[in-house]
Design a protein around this ligand. Structure first.
Ligand SMILES: *[C@@H]1O[C@H](CO)[C@@H](O)[C@H](O)[C@H]1NC(C)=O
Ligand SMILES: *[C@@H]1O[C@H](CO)[C@@H](O)[C@H](O)[C@H]1NC(C)=O
Ligand SMILES: *[C@@H]1O[C@H](CO)[C@@H](O)[C@H](O)[C@H]1NC(C)=O
Ligand SMILES: *[C@@H]1O[C@H](CO)[C@@H](O)[C@H](O)[C@H]1NC(C)=O
Ligand SMILES: *[C@@H]1O[C@H](CO)[C@@H](O)[C@H](O)[C@H]1NC(C)=O
Length: 508
């Protein structure tokens, strides 16, 4: 009872705190936001009962005398004063998983900062971020805020409408949450709703919209924002559109105009049609998967990012649990000095079943074979993962932690993990297409050469949209795969060796 009450007070304080921060941030930047604020904490452990809570601004004003507001304002001041070296921690390292925390600590010499890092955090609720946790994260990550302006960007042959339709969360502090960065053609946008409902935090989504695919893409975005019965997409999802300069859409509408008109929700969204024939398919274009990945990732406002595929739905509460783990900074986080990423285990579930909400639920499904490891029937060796069996049998624990620290070497030399990383990690090679496969291998090679630690998370997992995949032969695709392989071996590999060097045990 007492514990419950304490939890409740904690949650309320977090909700207020975050809302005040966002409110203040929106005011500073004079972005016109909606009358509500998003709250990136769910109310209890399960996704199904995760509840949306909105505070309107009048409520917020009433708290203005409280201590909470003072500390939030202090946070904001700290973040703005970051640019002035005199008030910065005495380190030049910025925003990096590459920086080990031990190194950072050594460089901090003022006693208040040391205390902050040394004190054990008393985390009452793993699914929420307390003020103490946020302060600790701010200090440990030493990250910089990133801008959120709409921009036209050129990326080789591609035009990018960066931040074309922005989430209404407004500017974010780089330490306060994690961005899921992903990509799609409009025909995959049915995944946005289940994804955002499980992630409950910012999503940066790059959409390939060449030629006549642009209009259905815009209509799909409008449907997702206006017609789902809640404001999650509006609050959390930022859309970037891009196309090749050889396939410029005939009309590029202004977001200000089309967002001002509510969408007619009785018209089904373009992505719901069962007979979609995209412009991309008609013109036989390849899907520039890595351009899309890089756009989504470069636009993310937070220090930590989870670059992933849109059909992979994360386990609930991953964001607060992960950030509490980082703030706690226990072994092996505080001892290893290598750069690091945090791979997340991936599973598929039978089409007739729901995506599991907890590891315990997942384990039951694995036992009944209604869930299987990812790509078991498509390419079992591609996803040969260190300690997989041990991970599957290990019981769920109360806190997020590192299950095992692996390397991309030996029998895992072709491992293509999906992981939480940062902007410091190597990019994907823009020249590789999805059809040509192995599109993430060049990044994997660089991670290996740089001796990254792969800190596999214990309770977190990704589940593919229900439906188990089987291998289907596709001669047309095989031809593209052959070409891309040859290109990687003849052109890209020699480049990588020159730029990043080699290390024994590393290969593509
Ligand atoms: C906030 O303060 C105003 C003015 O004092 C009051 O009318 C309003 O009911 C308060 N709102 C809440 C949620 O307390
Ligand atoms: C930070 O950078 C400056 C100039 O680039 C250098 O003189 C200084 O030693 C650096 N400080 C640390 C702590 O690395
Ligand atoms: C805090 O950390 C510093 C350096 O990391 C160490 O010298 C000091 O003894 C620690 N203090 C406590 C109370 O653990
Ligand atoms: C919305 O679309 C439906 C179905 O096409 C149509 O019957 C209805 O008149 C439309 N409503 C508005 C306000 O345009
Ligand atoms: C790392 O964290 C552990 C707790 O898991 C603690 O016992 C240890 O002292 C820490 N080591 C350093 C170098 O801070």
């Amino acid at each position: 009872m007492v514990a419950n009450r304490r939890n409740f007070i904690f949650r309320v304080s977090i909700v207020i705190n975050i809302a005040v921060l966002l409110y203040a941030a929106m005011h500073l930047s004079s972005t016109s936001g909606p009358g509500v604020e998003w709250v990136p904490v769910s109310v209890d452990g399960s996704e199904r009962s995760a509840e949306l809570r909105y505070l309107n601004r009048d409520d917020l004003r009433n708290f203005s005398e409280s201590k909470l507001v003072e500390s939030s304002v202090r946070n904001l001041e700290e973040s703005t004063s970051q640019k002035t070296p005199s008030t910065m921690p005495t380190t030049n390292k910025t925003a990096s998983s590459t920086t080990s925390i031990t190194e950072l600590e050594k460089k901090h010499d003022t006693s208040s900062e040391t205390d902050l890092v040394n004190d054990t955090l008393d985390i009452v609720d793993e699914n929420a971020l307390s003020e103490a946790t946020l302060n600790r994260l701010r200090l440990l990550l030493a990250c910089n805020e990133r801008d959120f302006n709409p921009q036209y960007v050129q990326r080789a042959e591609f035009w990018v409408l960066k931040n074309y339709v922005r989430a209404e969360h407004g500017p974010l502090l780089c330490h306060e949450t994690i961005t899921y960065t992903t990509h799609a053609g409009y025909e995959f946008l049915d995944n946005v709703q289940p994804l955002v409902e499980r992630w409950m935090a910012p999503i940066s989504l790059a959409i390939h919209a060449p030629g006549a695919d642009f209009t259905p893409t815009v209509n799909s975005i409008r449907y997702l924002r206006d017609c789902l019965g809640n404001d999650l997409v509006k609050q959390l999802v930022t859309f970037h559109l891009f196309f090749s300069n050889k396939h410029i859409p005939s009309k590029i509408p202004k977001p200000n105009q089309f967002l001002a008109e509510p969408y007619n929700c009785s018209v089904p969204p373009p992505f719901a049609s069962t007979t979609i024939s995209t412009y991309m398919k008609q013109k036989n274009l390849l899907y520039p998967v890595n351009v899309a990945r890089n756009i989504a990732r470069d636009s993310a406002l937070t220090h930590f990012i989870l670059p992933s595929d849109i059909e992979l739905y994360p386990s609930p509460n991953l964001v607060p649990r992960f950030l509490n783990m980082i703030a706690r900074n226990e072994k092996p986080l505080n001892t290893s000095t290598n750069p690091r990423v945090f791979p997340i285990s991936i599973f598929e579930v039978d089409a007739k079943f729901q995506v599991p909400s907890t590891k315990t639920e997942l384990q039951k499904m694995l036992a009944k074979k209604t869930a299987i490891p990812f790509h078991k029937y498509v390419c079992p060796d591609c996803h040969n993962i260190p300690q997989r069996q041990q991970w599957i049998s290990a019981p769920e624990t109360n806190q997020m932690g590192v299950f095992y620290v692996g390397k991309r070497r030996g029998s895992f030399v072709h491992w293509e993990p999906i992981f939480i990383g940062t902007h410091e990690d190597p990019h994907y090679d823009d020249r590789l297409s999805w059809e040509g496969k192995k599109d993430k291998m060049t990044q994997g090679y660089i991670l290996c050469v740089r001796d990254y630690d792969f800190m596999i998370l214990n309770n977190a997992f990704l589940t593919h949209k229900p439906g188990i995949k089987h291998y289907v032969k596709n001669p047309k695709r095989d031809a593209i795969v052959g070409k891309q392989n040859a290109y990687v071996n003849k052109v890209i590999m020699p480049e990588l060796k020159k730029i990043f060097g080699t290390r024994s045990g590393c290969s593509l």
